[in-house]
Ligand binder design. Structure first.
Ligand code: AMP
Length: 953
């Protein structure tokens, strides 16, 4: 592209007198010396500067331009001339002095020197010769372009020197070249003067990504001397939610999404997702569909599996107390292949049910079963057992955390053991028929079974071809006809469970049809078959705690914990409590692998438990340091006596204890992700609210279970919650002495004893009133810790300041991005009047509601960056302004971006203060949580005048 330059011409005659001619479109005037009339070319009148002193010697006529301002970057200009030169041969006799060329000169200057003219100032650019000369009859117009290079001063003059030609200058046009403004590969580049600086062929030009596009490397391109763009560098790509259309980034259309920065087109939302309006980054799962933590966030969502089908119990071995449960895979796997099963066993005495725990053995395991069967052994006689088989998949975590399941079928299938048939009677017989009836054991609170399975065969059948007849009957009597006279038959009858599975005890009797001529007499031989499934022999087991009642069966509604927690201190001999609530493990079955933490009594290890009859698995092993006193040993083991009483998905599970050997140990399930506070700190800003609230739900469910059992935890804090691979949260830390000695947060109070002040309700601090309501206060603090990604409650305020603030009705402010509903719940947990605080069942159902309608998490609580980002945010920890960008980043825990700031040249706090959101994004801060944290901190820094806000409710 050419950019034209305006100027005028000054006529200088023989280097002395001058005349400025008006600057206008018509630059052409007759020369003073040789006036050529305007001539007509293609119908237009043309005016020219002309000279024709061919007969005279030593001609030196000059024509000069006015001062031509130079655009700073234009170091080379082009001069395009149109001119006519007369053929010297067409003049008679003057050919000796006649010339056919003229000269182009230039002169640089920083200022307009007006009309003063000195030849010496000018440098010759070129001698201009015509390609075609004009004869007497024929007019020939020449066009020549010359370059004036290496211009560096503010402006320049051009001049034309005639040395005796007969010529006319028709036009002088001056221009420089530019590369036009352009958008290339989603980067916009401004109009740029062609070529580099003096003597440089290329000019590097920085561009900017178009709106909603970003690039890792700032986009660049080169502009050549010819005004062409070449070699673009740095690829701009559309941001998530946008796609490239005609040099712009356009929102993804409704029903489409784009998750990453790329130039790909938006993709159609995958199956089982919600179709959002335009600009979607991801398609969230439709109601009742989920993504497992390992599922790609861009992939389809899957549903929970439906219940396993056809759950049946069969007896496969003769030994007593064993049965096999088997089932078919769920009809609907929710679109997933990672289906596994867990089996829960509950045993009931009367109406009270409790988990079977260690008392019953499930092989190969009770959870994580890939196969559709499990062998059950060590069942005790006279007890009812209910087995619940649950299908799990990668998305079951959501179900366990109470995410909506709405109308889906439950994923559990329950099998209740059917009753035993106690006696069979022959009521009537004939030559060809037998009438039988039978009775079942009475069951309290449970309906009698309505179906029975009767199997019979001839007693003396040839064993190779035994024929069995099986009848399913709806009442407890039957008449069987078409039998052979005088023949003995063996009958076996079993009650069927409501689900149709046989089980219960079966009874086998032998009856014979009448023989012709014989009298009708009843002979009964009763054989109790001992391989029956649920009539179990009482083991000689001193731990057996069941009552003498006969067998009763539980219904699945009776699964609530009906127990109350028993304080191990109420046992005169604490060892009895251990014996009762924990199962003993032989130390040779435990292998310690690695220290993972330090408890008050000794190291905590990760290890493997490989005990006979149990599935080998990872465990956590708490050890007791050598040199302990008996009191310390009992305190140490008291944790196991407490933990062993609990059985809940969100309470850490006790696997067993080693007490009979020198080195006592407590073995619990292993939680791969360790303590919750650390887990969250490591993922600061990286988890969505929905997931955080899901974690809180798990903790609340565990706490509800504990409060239902009348257990008060007293030290509920994120450090005492453990997280497993499925991100399930489980309450831990139950030692009786834990609050007194174990917890590093414990502080002695005036009321005596050690209390973790920041987590504890005021009434518990003031007069040791520890209740489930004080646990609710602590739960509120845990909610805050979760939403603030493991931030320390009340930051670096002292315990004393915290207690004072609480008594003056101040409460923690909402963490950044905390849903308003969640913050409201926290504030409710922190009500001074403990009777007004919500109870754990209320908390569980409120969190459940929030998770069922993720919309409810959209409204965000007010957030004050000055109080919600580490105090004080306006200065370093000693109150002085931040001395460096690194110090500031460290104070807001964003040190990982130090290099990004340095590389972007942001090295002073003044530069930081100038940054806008887009600048933060451009230097490479992409995670929304981190972006906000940095942006809010800058906001806080700018507001230097505000003192720290207090957070009164
Ligand atoms: P505690 O004595 O219970 O506070 O445990 C000390 C540390 O050991 C905890 O902070 C955890 O990091 C780790 N730990 C304790 N129990 C487990 C477990 N079951 N699974 C994984 N880590 C555990």
């Amino acid at each position: 592209m050419r950019a034209w330059v305006q100027f005028c011409l000054i006529y200088i005659f023989s280097g002395h007198s001058h005349l400025t001619l008006p600057c206008s479109v018509v630059l052409w005037r007759c020369s003073l010396s040789c006036c050529m009339p305007p001539f007509i070319l293609n119908g237009s009148q043309l005016y020219t500067y002309s000279v024709c002193n061919v007969g005279e010697h030593e001609q030196d006529n000059w024509l000069r331009t006015t001062f031509i301002q130079r655009r700073p970057s234009a170091s080379r200009v082009f001069v395009e001339l149109q001119f006519i030169v007369r053929d010297c041969n067409s003049f008679d006799g003057s050919s000796l002095t006649c010339k056919e060329t003229f000269n182009l000169f230039s002169s640089e200057s920083d200022a307009d020197i007006g009309t003063s003219f000195r030849k010496g100032q000018f440098k010759k650019v070129a001698t201009i010769a015509p390609d075609e000369i004009t004869s007497r009859n024929e007019l020939r117009i020449n066009t020549e372009t010359r370059v004036v290079e290496s211009l560096s001063r503010k402006g320049f003059y051009l001049a034309f020197q005639d040395i005796g030609a007969c010529m006319a200058l028709l036009s002088v046009r001056v221009y420089y070249k530019t590369c036009p403004a352009t958008v290339k590969s989603l980067a916009a580049f401004p109009e740029t003067v062609a070529g580099g600086g003096v003597n440089q062929a290329l000019r590097e030009v920085a561009g900017a990504c178009v709106e909603n596009a970003v690039s890792e490397e700032p986009p660049r391109i080169y502009c050549t001397v010819d005004g062409e763009w070449v070699v673009p560098v740095g690829q701009c790509q559309c941001m998530p939610g946008y796609e490239a259309v005609n040099d712009t980034c356009r929102d993804c259309q409704p029903g489409f999404f784009k998750a990453f920065v790329s130039n790909d087109a938006c993709e159609l939302c995958p199956v089982n997702t919600k179709l959002l309006s335009s600009g979607a980054l991801l398609c969230p799962c439709a109601e009742d569909f989920y993504r497992a933590p390992d599922d790609p966030t861009t992939g389809p969502c899957s549903g929970l599996p439906s219940a396993p089908r056809e759950l049946v119990a069969t007896t496969t071995q003769l030994a007593a107390g064993k049965l096999q449960l088997s089932w078919s895979p769920p009809e609907d796997t929710g679109g997933r292949s990672d289906i596994s099963y867990s089996v829960e066993c509950r045993r009931c005495e009367g109406t009270a049910c409790q988990p079977c725990g260690e008392k019953v053995r499930l092989e190969p395991a009770s959870t994580g079963l890939m196969d559709t069967r499990v062998a059950v052994s060590e069942l005790e006689p006279h007890l009812n057992y209910t087995f619940t088989v649950e299908a799990h998949s990668g998305v079951s975590l959501f179900a366990s955390q109470g995410l909506p399941r709405s109308n889906r079928p439950p994923s559990t299938s329950t099998l209740t053991t059917p009753p035993k048939v106690t006696s069979m009677r022959l009521d009537e017989r004939s030559l060809t028929s037998l009438s039988l009836s039978w009775a079942v054991a009475p069951r309290r609170l449970m309906p009698q079974p309505t179906r029975y399975k009767l199997t019979y065969r001839k007693k003396d059948d040839n064993l190779d071809v035994t024929t069995y007849t099986v009848l399913i009957l709806e009442k407890s009597s039957v008449q069987i006809s078409d039998l052979s006279p005088g023949t003995a038959y063996l009958f076996r009858v079993q009650a069927l469970s409501p689900e149709g599975s046989p089980g219960g005890s079966s009874i086998e009797d032998e009856f014979e049809t009448l023989t012709e001529g014989k009298e009708d007499a009843v002979e009964i031989h009763v054989i109790i078959i001992t391989d029956v499934s649920f009539l179990l022999f009482r083991r000689r087991n001193s731990h057996s705690r069941q009552g003498p009642e006969d067998t009763y069966f539980s219904s699945s509604e009776q699964l609530k914990p009906l127990k109350t927690y028993v304080d191990p201190h109420t046992y005169e001999d604490p060892n009895m409590a251990i014996l009762k609530f924990a199962s003993e493990i032989h130390p040779s079955h435990v292998t310690k692998q690695k220290v993972i933490g330090a408890g008050e009594f000794g190291e905590v290890y990760r290890g493997i438990l490989k005990a006979p009859g149990r599935k080998e698995g990872a465990v956590a092993i708490k050890t007791l340091k050598p040199g302990y006193s008996e009191k310390q040993r009992q305190d140490f083991l008291s944790e196991a006596s407490i933990m062993g009483q609990f059985s809940h998905q969100n309470i850490i599970r006790l696997e067993g204890v080693v007490t009979k050997f020198k080195h006592a140990m407590i073995v619990t399930e292993y939680m791969e992700n360790g303590a919750l506070d650390k887990y969250l700190k490591d993922r600061d800003g990286e988890m969505p609210s929905f997931q955080l609230v899901g974690m809180m739900y798990g903790i609340a469910a565990g706490m509800k279970y504990l409060s239902d059992m009348s257990y008060v935890h007293r030290d509920l804090a994120a450090r005492n919650i453990l997280v497993n691979n499925n991100l399930e949260c489980k309450v831990s830390d139950f030692g009786l002495s834990r609050v007194l000695e174990d917890d590093p947060e414990g502080t002695y109070t005036t009321s005596g004893g050690k209390i973790p002040i920041r987590w504890t309700a005021p009434e518990a601090i003031a007069y040791r009133k520890f209740t489930s309501a004080s646990d609710v206060w602590s739960f509120g603090i845990v909610m805050w810790e979760v939403m603030a990604f493991g931030e320390r409650p009340y930051w670096d305020m002292s315990n004393c300041e915290v207690m004072k603030a609480i008594n003056e009705a101040f409460r923690l402010p909402a963490p950044m991005d905390c849903p308003s509903a969640v913050y409201q719940l926290m504030l409710q947990c922190w009500l001074q009047d403990r009777s007004k605080r919500p109870r754990f069942p209320d908390i569980v159902s409120l969190l459940d509601k929030l998770l069922r309608s993720p919309e409810s998490l959209k409204a965000i609580a007010d957030f004050d960056p000055r109080v919600s980002i580490r105090l004080p945010s306006t200065s370093g920890s000693d109150g002085s302004p931040f001395r460096s960008v690194a110090e500031w980043l460290e104070s807001i825990k964003m040190s990982q971006y130090s290099e990004n700031f340095t590389c972007a040249g942001v090295v002073t706090m003044d530069q930081v203060l100038q940054m806008k959101n887009v600048d933060i994004k451009n230097i490479g801060v992409r995670l929304p949580g981190h972006l906000k944290r940095i942006a809010y901190s800058i906001l806080g820094l700018k507001d230097q005048t505000s003192t720290l806000s207090v957070f009164a409710v």
